[in-house]
Design a protein around this ligand. Structure first.
Ligand code: CMC
Length: 420
């Protein structure tokens, strides 16, 4: 078979060009031969990179990290094991995993000055606002993080971020509650340490292994999702060659939005507002009239059930067996039942996404609603860092700088203030 090409004829000039097709894709820059740009607001049909990290088939509901199905990783892998897989491309050996866990453990402490500026936030500051500020501020503690051309420096910053993020996330939680900060403990694992730093009171916290494993599975499920909005933000900001703390804080900012990671918080607010199963049909009618969105439904890439949402429903069973069932679950199940039968949702291929059930679980675990997206950020961090690394090692990537189609005024003369 010869080279696959797309024949394009410009009817304005009669000019014809053959544009090579590779991996089902044409290069937008090939259109320059015709003096054309491609226009794709919100990147509906534009690949911004080649990537070997995460594979999604949105029609079939498939998600794989480095080739491994998400279902298998959720069942068997720890969160740090998953992070290693995303970074290194292979599952770690026992020795590699032990060394990686140890390296992360010895970097969990954060400069105590960080507690001072966390103290500066108002008592009711949103946890995501605090998180993104604190992560950006970490860049000032590690000026060597600017050495992004040095592979060993990049690796060290990655370890620092993975290790310190739970500490900061836990301190954000403590600040919201007016509780003293709890420091990391070297005798605890990654998840145990985080949970202890959030929930310990008076030196006491009784760990619940089922809830900790459930949290770990949720983090694994969130660990990467190819070119989602926050990853795109990390790559875009990272493409300016800024340090990774600043690039990751851009990811946190993007995740904060209610259409992205902030949806898990909005789902709970929506369930609270609906209040009772009997109010579900009226709520759905409002959604169908475009008065509002059914939060936790729909996805840019999945046009089928989000595989993560399926797994999360199973996690919910384990969690509720420990904590008792949240009455909001009944409302969520009824919303899902009606939506999956209704033509509005069926014809638009709107299914529950990862955020639909995660918030109910986080709440059962004891996290307040405005904290849910922090947990999403903790989970997504390895993906951001793996994608940042991949971008920096890709010789085709340059500063991300889109073009525009100008729609403003033509040239006009300045009018003095007195004449306006
Ligand atoms: N409720 C009601 N209608 C919806 C919803 C929804 N949740 N999502 C999409 N639609 C409708 C939308 O109004 C449009 O209808 P029409 O064709 O009549 O104009 C159609 O479905 C296509 O939607 P779209 O907005 O063009 O799709 P998109 O790919 O641009 O947006 C989305 C994807 C996730 C932003 C969107 O589905 C949404 O806003 N969902 C609610 C927020 C949410 O749950 N976000 C979490 C996403 S998954 C995890 C993550 O990324 O954090």
């Amino acid at each position: 078979m010869g080279e696959e090409t797309l024949s394009v004829r410009d009817n304005r000039t009669g000019e014809e060009v053959e544009i090579p097709i590779s991996d089902g894709t044409i290069r937008a820059t090939d259109l320059r031969q015709l003096g054309l740009m491609s226009y794709d607001p919100a990147f509906l049909n534009t690949a911004s990179t080649r990537s070997g990290i995460t594979y999604i088939d949105g029609d079939a509901g498939i998600l794989r990290y480095r080739g491994y199905p998400i279902e298998q990783l959720a069942e068997h892998a720890s969160f740090l094991e998953t992070a290693w897989l995303l970074f290194e491309g292979e599952l770690p050996t026992r020795e590699q995993l032990d060394a990686w866990e140890e390296e992360v453990r010895v970097h969990t402490y954060v400069h105590t000055n960080v507690t001072q500026f966390l103290d500066g936030f108002r008592h009711d500051a949103h946890p995501m606002g605090m998180l993104l500020g604190a992560i950006a501020a970490l860049s000032t503690f590690y000026p060597d993080a600017k050495e992004i051309g040095d592979a060993e420096s990049r690796r060290l910053q990655r370890v620092r971020l993975i290790a310190k993020f739970p500490t900061i996330a836990a301190w954000v939680f403590r600040h919201s509650r007016g509780l003293p900060y709890v420091f990391p403990r070297n005798d605890l694992g990654y998840i145990g340490n985080f949970v202890n730093m959030t929930f310990e009171i008076g030196g006491q916290h009784e760990p619940n292994p089922v809830l900790q494993r459930a949290l770990e599975i949720l983090l694994v499920l969130h660990a990467d999702h190819e070119q989602n909005a926050s990853t795109n933000a990390v790559r875009g900001v990272g493409s300016t060659q800024v340090d990774p703390f600043s690039a990751v804080s851009a990811g946190v900012a993007a995740l904060y939005g209610p259409l992205h990671g902030g949806a898990n918080e909005q789902v709970l607010r929506m369930l609270d507002e609906i209040g009772d199963v009997k109010n579900v049909p009226a709520f759905i009618e409002g959604v169908k009239k475009h008065e509002r969105l059914l939060m936790g439904f729909g996805h840019r890439v999945y046009k089928n059930y989000d595989p993560r949402a399926k797994l999360i429903k199973r996690v919910a069973d384990d969690v509720f067996a420990q904590t008792g069932v949240d009455p909001k679950l009944e409302i969520a199940l009824e919303l899902e039942r009606i939506a999956l039968e209704d033509d509005y949702f069926v014809s638009r291929k709107l299914y529950p996404n990862v955020d639909f059930y995660s918030g109910i679980i986080y709440r059962a675990m004891g996290y307040p609603t405005d904290y849910f997206t922090v947990l999403f950020a903790l989970g997504r961090l390895p993906g951001w860092l793996a994608q940042w690394e991949e971008m920096l090692s890709d010789s085709e990537q340059k500063i991300a700088r889109p073009r525009q189609v100008y729609t403003g005024y033509g040239e006009r003369d300045f009018v003095p203030l007195a004449n306006r």
